[in-house]
Design a protein around this ligand. Structure first.
Ligand code: PMP
Length: 384
């Protein structure tokens, strides 16, 4: 319960609200916030320390507000990761993709406007909408969590949103988003019949690619569409596959026009010199930082196969198709809180999230996954 004194002039629409966030508990196996479980190598830690030491004598000055060197590093990374060369003015960084998203809402949402998503999806989206006084509406996904593109397009035409927000792959379901679906949505948003915020204005289509490096190899990223679609914004992060969640670095790939809109709402010097230095050092070690991604993909596939062999109330567990580093599983857990609690008692923290009946587990190290399997096997025997 909120402990905010009632004599404080908290905004009316925030009264009764709680701060967002998964529990941060000191338990042996943390599989709840979709981090990369592998710590940076010693060489990467040393490179970070060196870069930070190099800029420390300049910390009396503000950092490069435009973070040009880092934007160049985003460009180099995306060329390597997705095969697309974007210019520095088509890239933008912030403190996590959370901040990127907030900046997009600040620039393109606002009172009287609506952002449209497809549920179930990431639970922070309604919070960015709330914080920027933007309406938030949803088109429902299919039963298998794939995007119902026809339903979404109908909603776009009816609602005329200023932003359409899709997650690829989706969280908490892991569902991939085919490029053909994105292209259909872009075509509708660019068509005359949808005018977004005002006559002649098209919605911005935001694709949140926080987990995209975990997609199956050979699948393109939405960044490949940016040069042809000035209303497309692709949000990325170093927090997940890149194993850099603690540094808080997210980035946006989009047309120069979109980046210039975001630059209007950003706080001056929002990215500290220390953050920029650490991110540059990590990008110098991209191979090491990404070296566990393939293993985590294999862990996901093996864990999905194992989960399907487990039963609850005599029925095999359902597992949502995932191209991410987590799995949504269960489907029929009528006591998911009890399952969560029993796992926690055994030192394994997962997440109660998503539609009723489901739980989400993030891929950990081999040892952590072993503990998860042992604990879940026990728990499914006692919670019925
Ligand atoms: N988008 C999605 C879909 C996420 O799941 C998350 C993190 N849970 C984020 C964005 C934000 O991540 P970060 O701010 O660490 O980049």
């Amino acid at each position: 319960m909120s402990s905010i004194p009632s004599n404080l002039p908290l905004r009316n629409d925030l009264i009764g609200e709680e701060p967002y966030g998964a529990p941060q508990l000191d338990v042996p196996v943390c599989l709840n916030v979709n981090e990369n479980p592998y710590a940076p190598d010693q060489a990467v830690c040393e490179a970070i320390a060196k870069r930070v030491l190099d800029i420390a004598p300049t910390l009396n000055r503000y950092p490069d507000r435009e973070h040009i060197e880092l934007r160049q590093a985003f460009s180099d990374y995306l060329e390597r990761e997705s095969g697309v060369r974007l210019d520095v003015d088509e890239l933008w960084g912030a403190n996590g993709s959370n901040e990127i998203m907030l900046q997009l809402f600040q620039a393109f949402g606002g009172p009287g406007r609506v952002a449209l998503g497809a549920d179930p999806t990431y639970s922070m989206y309604p919070e960015y909408a709330r914080d920027t006084f933007t309406g938030w509406q949803l088109a429902h996904r299919n039963a298998d969590f794939t995007l119902n593109v026809d339903a979404l397009i109908e909603q776009i035409k009816a609602v005329k949103p200023s932003m359409v927000l899709l997650t690829s792959p989706n969280n908490p379901t892991g569902t991939p988003l085919p490029m053909a679906d994105i292209e259909r949505v872009l075509a509708v948003c660019e068509s005359a019949e949808v005018t977004g915020a005002a006559e002649g204005v098209h919605p911005v289509v935001v694709i949140d690619e926080a987990y995209v490096e975990f997609r199956n190899p050979g699948t393109p990223s939405a960044v490949t569409l940016i040069k042809d679609h000035p209303n497309l914004a692709v949000s990325r992060t170093m927090s997940k596959a890149f194993a850099f969640a603690g540094a808080r670095v997210g980035y946006l790939a989009a047309s120069k026009g979109i980046i210039d809109c975001v630059r209007i709402v950003r706080m001056p010097y929002h990215l500290s010199a220390v953050t920029q230095a650490a991110a540059l050092a990590a990008f110098e070690h991209t191979d090491e930082q990404l070296s566990r991604v393939e293993h985590l993909r294999q862990t996901r596939e093996a864990t999905a196969a194992w989960l399907k062999t487990q039963t609850y109330q005599g029925k095999p567990l359902a597992v949502a198709q995932s191209e991410s580093n987590f799995l949504l599983f269960g489907g029929s857990f009528d006591k998911r809180e009890a399952i969560f609690d029993e796992l926690l008692k055994r030192g394994v923290l997962i997440r109660v999230v998503g539609p009723d009946g489901w739980l989400r587990v993030c891929m950990g190290t081999d040892e952590e996954m072993e503990r998860f399997r042992t604990a879940l096997t026990e728990v499914l025997r006692i919670v019925e």
